[in-house]
Design a protein around this ligand. Structure first.
Ligand code: HEC
Ligand code: HEC
Length: 272
């Protein structure tokens, strides 16, 4: 028996035993369990176990099949708050602070949480989506004519003046990607606003708004240099809430936008 199927078998028994016991088992023993170094709970049996846990603990808010319900969002269209399996695990384990999202029972093991992650991933299997564009052409446009890599990072290469796109296909569906490209000024998150600061001597510094609190602010200029200012010491400052990203409408044809979307949508966490 391989290590992996051994684990699955052990967990199967564990979960079975747990669901049979009426009294809550000792929490402390399990709560401190270390998460495994690598997520090995990705097999078909894990997905099934994860589904069972999901239906018991999550279905009342997210719907039995994960497509969303009264209390929780649809989980079959990628995840806004996690772009890696580790991030997803953390949400499943701990919930999302200050929201209704409570996460898995503290009595459940980390293995169960990984199985739920496997199940959530299986809900997002999007191999079968048929897109009009050609991803290989899109990749060339991305690096060439589209001029995207100056601002965006994919797998560690590119700029930091826009969000990392390594797994953008997990959080944006094709229709959303089209609007990201055509109307970037819509729904710009505060992290991507621009700050324009006029210093006491009248000189102006402008860049992406990295941090801001009552007394200070930090921005990153076009050369990716960081600047910090004390609000008391500057003459004035403005927040510009539009995107620094140019719309592709003026530069790319409809067919090229289709190709680019096919490429971007192919940037996803590896399928299980
Ligand atoms: C009491 C209702 C409730 C329960 C129970 C619940 N959730 Fe949630 N869940 C929510 C809400 C509400 C959100 C959105 C939180 C926010 O505002 O970001 C959410 C968000 C999430 C997200 C992030 C979605 C995204 O797009 O990033 C995941 C993943 C998730 N839930 C998984 C689970 C799993 C797995 C379980 C069971 C272990 C579970 N939830 C149980 C209400 C619930
Ligand atoms: C001058 C810098 C810049 C250039 C050039 C640029 N972007 Fe962006 N992009 C941004 C910024 C900043 C955002 C975040 C604000 C927003 O939503 O528009 C963004 C957002 C996005 C998003 C949404 C990402 C998400 O996580 O929601 C996608 C997709 C995207 N860009 C793709 C592209 C592609 C493809 C190109 C090339 C055709 C490109 N960008 C060119 C700066 C840029």
């Amino acid at each position: 028996m391989s290590m992996r199927s051994l684990w699955s078998a052990v967990t199967l028994i564990l979960v079975a035993v747990l669901s049979l016991t009426a009294a809550p088992p000792d929490v402390s023993a399990q709560a401190r369990e270390e998460p495994p170094a690598d997520n090995v709970f990705t097999g078909e049996l894990d997905v099934q176990m994860g589904q069972r846990v999901f239906q018991q603990q999550c279905g009342r808010c997210h719907g039995e099949d994960g497509t969303g319900g009264e209390g929780g969002p649809d989980l079959t269209n990628g995840f806004r708050s996690a772009s890696t399996d580790e991030g997803l695990f953390k949400i499943v384990r701990e919930g999302i602070p200050n929201t209704q999202m409570v996460g898995i029972s503290r009595r459940s093991t980390d293995q169960s949480a990984w199985m739920v992650v496997a199940y959530l991933n299986s809900l997002n299997d999007t191999n079968d989506v048929d897109l009009p564009g050609n991803a290989a052409n899109g990749q060339q446009l991305y690096a060439g004519k589209g001029n995207c890599s100056g601002c965006h990072m994919v797998n560690g290469e590119g700029g930091r003046l826009g969000p990392d796109l390594s797994q953008v296909g997990n959080r944006r569906d094709p229709a959303e990607l089209v609007s990201d490209l055509r109307t970037p000024d819509q729904d710009v998150a505060p992290r991507w606003w621009t700050l324009r600061v006029t210093r006491a001597d009248g000189t102006v510094v402008q860049g992406l708004r990295m941090d801001e609190d009552t007394f200070s602010m930090r921005l990153m200029d076009d050369d990716e240099d960081l600047w910090s200012f004390s609000k008391r010491d500057v003459r004035s400052y403005d927040r510009i809430k539009t995107s620094t990203m140019p719309s592709v409408n003026a530069t790319l044809t409809d067919a090229e936008v289709d190709d680019l979307v096919a490429y971007l949508f192919s940037l996803r966490r590896e399928e299980i």
